[in-house]
Design a protein around this ligand. Structure first.
Ligand SMILES: *Cc1c(COP(=O)(O)O)cnc(C)c1O
Length: 383
């Protein structure tokens, strides 16, 4: 058997929506992007959203919208994908890497206290692997210090923490619909907030700064609203923008994914629970998180006792045709980021003991059992 690591849950519904896009022959930013934003607001229970072409773009713009002064600092966890730190760097801000709590791999609030200086303007907590960061502590702590909270929600889509949707705790939240994420459009992202004044300027900035978008101009012309107006084509660029908008091809897939979100999330929780149950007797291969069964996770990740054991485990799984992966290396470990000061001993010490197992919607019972049998077999061989 060959089992891949992740697989987007796509099919008939996505094709159906894409057919509509082709039939209309409007592939770029159009009505489906707006519909996706509206449905996303409903799904999340939030006031305003704007759709972009990646989670990285979402993070760049979410930081940009606050207009922080150049050279200020942003607190980011060491265990995350590098885009979290890039969001600061793109905006001429300095990332300050904060260590993680070993048990949860979430940003360590005590270390954040230690790293905090007056120059810190924002914190970007990450729900690493789908495990919720302690938003009930982080948000009041940051606000009390006059900082903003930008939530990197790339590993959640509909997840819940203490009865409240992840993405609604912070000042602004960023989602990713990249290939591997919970809802996937190939690539895509969303920026959401209850404060529409943070979102509205981004609708222009994400479209290269153009004050009216092509589809709006097209619609006005079609509906005869611009009849007799020789300046119907006019737009201005009043500030530097980026080509970050989503297009209708992507939104079509996103709308279909959103329809399935409830099922996707339920199915992920079921698989998590089968995995945890199936390895409860294991002594050497342990679930990476204190998995909270009320919220879907992005990764099913396990921890071994050492890098050597992890490497042996990878090869054992490879020999069975089972894909594994490392999500992720600590950002300060990556060569480009070594220019930034980072004292994050926990992340640097433990990251090599983690490994991600195949985890996607539509995994069959046989596939789950096959992975579990391989895990248990390895565990027993360790004595
Ligand atoms: C995937 C990811 C991003 C970036 O999302 P893209 O859509 O790939 O640009 C940001 N942060 C984290 C934690 C991620 O895993």
């Amino acid at each position: 058997m060959n089992i891949r690591l992740v697989k987007p849950y796509v099919g008939r519904e996505e094709l159906e929506n894409l057919k509509g896009v082709i039939d209309r022959a409007w592939l770029g930013r159009g009505p489906l992007c707006k519909e996706f934003e509206d449905k996303w607001n409903e799904f999340l229970g939030i006031k305003a959203s704007t759709a972009v072409n990646s989670g990285t773009a979402a993070l760049h713009l979410a930081v940009l919208t606050f207009g922080f002064a150049e050279g200020k600092k942003v607190l980011v966890p060491a265990m995350t994908f590098c885009s979290t730190a890039n969001a600061a760097i793109y905006n001429d801000l300095e990332p300050v890497f904060v260590d993680v709590v070993e048990e949860t791999l979430s940003i360590d609030i005590e270390d954040m206290e230690r790293k905090y200086t007056k120059d810190c303007t924002a914190v970007i907590p990450v729900h690493f692997g789908g495990h919720p960061a302690e938003m009930d502590r982080i948000v009041p702590w940051a606000h009390e210090k006059g900082m903003k909270v930008i939530s990197d929600c790339a590993h959640v889509a509909g997840g819940v923490y203490k009865g409240r949707k992840l993405g609604t705790w912070a000042d602004i939240a960023c989602f990713s619909f990249q290939e591997k994420k919970l809802l996937s459009t190939g690539d895509g992202g969303m920026i959401s907030s209850d404060d529409s004044e943070l979102i509205d300027p981004l609708r222009v900035i994400k479209e290269v700064g153009m004050t009216t978008d092509t589809y709006a101009r097209y619609k006005q012309q079609q509906q005869g609203e611009t009849k007799g107006d020789p300046t119907h084509w006019y737009y201005e660029v009043r500030r530097l923008g980026y080509k970050y908008n989503m297009c209708d091809v992507v939104a079509a897939i996103g709308l279909a994914q959103l329809e399935k979100a409830e099922y996707i999330n339920k199915n992920r929780i079921e698989t998590m629970s089968k995995y945890i149950d199936g390895m409860k007797e294991c002594k050497h291969v342990r679930p990476a998180f204190p998995y909270d069964m009320s919220t879907p996770y992005y990764d099913f990740m396990v921890r071994l006792e050492s890098k050597e054991a992890r490497d042996k485990f990878i090869v054992h799984m490879q020999n069975k045709g089972i894909a594994t992966g490392v999500h992720t290396m600590p950002v300060p470990y990556l060569p480009y980021y070594r220019r930034f000061n980072a004292d994050v001993p926990v992340a640097m010490k433990i990251w090599e003991e983690y490994i991600v197992l195949p985890f996607f919607v539509g995994m069959t019972e046989q596939e789950i059992k096959y992975v579990l049998d391989a895990v248990v077999e390895f565990d027993e061989k360790q004595g």
